[in-house]
Design a protein around this ligand. Sequence first.
Ligand code: HAM
Length: 428
Amino acid sequence: MKAERIKKPRGTSDFIGEDKALFDSIVEKLFLAADKFGCQKIDVPIFEEQQLFFRGVGESSDIVSKEMFKLDVKGEHNYIMRPEFTASVNRSVIENKLFASPDLPIKLSYCGPVFRYERPQAGRLRQFHQFGIEFFDSKIDTMTAMDSVLLLYRAAEEILGHELYLKVNYLGGSQARENYRKALREYYRTKVDSMCEDCHRRYQINVLRMLDCKVPEDIEINKGAPAISGYLIEEDKKNFETMLNALDALKIEYKRDDRLVRGLDYYTGLVFEIYDPLNRKLGAIGAGGQYGKLMEELGGPEMEGIGFSFGIERLMLALDSKQKEQLVNQQSLDYFIVDLRAEKDALGIILADILRSAGRSVSASSYSKKINGSLKMADRLKAKTTLIFTDNNPGVVLIKNMETREQIEYPSSDVDKIVSKLMEMERE
Ligand code: HAM
C-alpha cells in the first residue's frame, strides 16, 4: 500500500526554482535600497517570549489575541513564533544596548518569516515573509520619519515600476489618544451591544481597534465614529503638517485617511500603508508607523522609533509575468558543462571546481542527456557559455556562446589552459 502523502501546512509556501529566485531577487533589491539609506542588517530569533508581544504589540491586537502560534516546550516556556519584527527589534536594541550608540538615528533592516494564524487566502498566509526597517532616535524628527516613508515608497516603486497609493494618518501622542479613546467610548457606548463579539472585547481592552473591524454591519457603524484629527494637540498637528509638506515637496502623492489606525497597539504618531493601485485587492503591500513609547514599555530607555514592513509574498503577487521575468533574469549561469563521452574521466568536475573557485556559477547536464536536450537545458538555465565534450571530437572541448550560438574548438588536454582561455574570452 502506498504511504499517505504529507502536505505542507495551510497558508504556507514552498518556493522552488524561479519562485525562489524571484523571492531572493526582491529581498536583494530591498536590502540594497535600505543600504542606500544607511541601514545595517539585523537578525533576531524566530521565536520569542510571549510577553514581548503581549506588551509590545498589545493584547487587543488580532495578531496577539487570535493569531499566535504558541510553542509548548515541555510545559516550561511561553514562547511564540514571531508575528512581526518590530517588538523583537526593539527588544534586541535594548538587550544589546544599541541605544547607547552615539550615532543617531540607529537604522536597522531585516528580513525573515513571520507567523500569524489567519484564515488563508490570496495574499494572506500563515507563514509569510517581511522585509522591514526600524529607525531609532531620542526623538524622531521629520527627516528621519520621511526617510522611512521614502524608503518604503521608492523601494516599492523600483520593484513594481510604477507609482503607488500611500495612505497616511497621525495618531498623536498619549494625550491626544486618551482624549480620542474617551470620545470613541462615548460614541460606541450605546452601539456596542449590537456589534460583533470581537468588538465587545475591543471596547473593553482597546476601543481604537473597533475601527479596524471587518464585519460589514460594524463597518457601517464605524462610519459615524469621530476621527482622530479632531483630538490631536497643537504639537501633533504641527508635526503632521510638516511631514505632509515634506511629502508634497518630494512629489509623493498620498491620501489622508482618518480611519487608518493600524492593527498594532504601539503606534503613536505618523502611520502609513502602501498599496499597489493595480492590485488593490491584495491589501497593503507594506505598512508602518511611528512608535514613541514601545522601547520604554519593554523596559528600555526613552527612545522613539519609526519603521515599516513589506509583505514579500504580496509584492510577488503584485508583479506581472514580464516584471517577474526581468527580476529573475538577473539570475543566470556562467558555464554549463555537457559531457557526452562514453568513457568519462574527472575532466568535467575538475573544470567545474576550478571555475567555481574563480567565482563563476557552473552546472552540468546529466549523463543520459543528448546534445539537443542538453542545449535546451542550458538555455532554460540561462547559461552564458556551454562547454561540450563528445566522442565525435576527441581531445577537444567545444566552447559555445549561448547568445550568439557561435562555437570554437579548444584542446581539452590541459584544464588550466581551458580555464585561461575562458577567462580570456570573458574579457573580449
Ligand atoms: P503589518 O501591517 O501587520 O505591520 O504587516 C506589514 C505587512 O505584512 C502588510 O502590509 C502586508 O504586506 C504583510 N502581511 C501582513 N499579514 C500578512 C499575511 N497574513 N500574509 C501575507 N502578508 C501579510 C507590521 O507587521 C509592523 N511590524 C510594521 C512596522 C514596522 N511598523 C513599524 N515598524
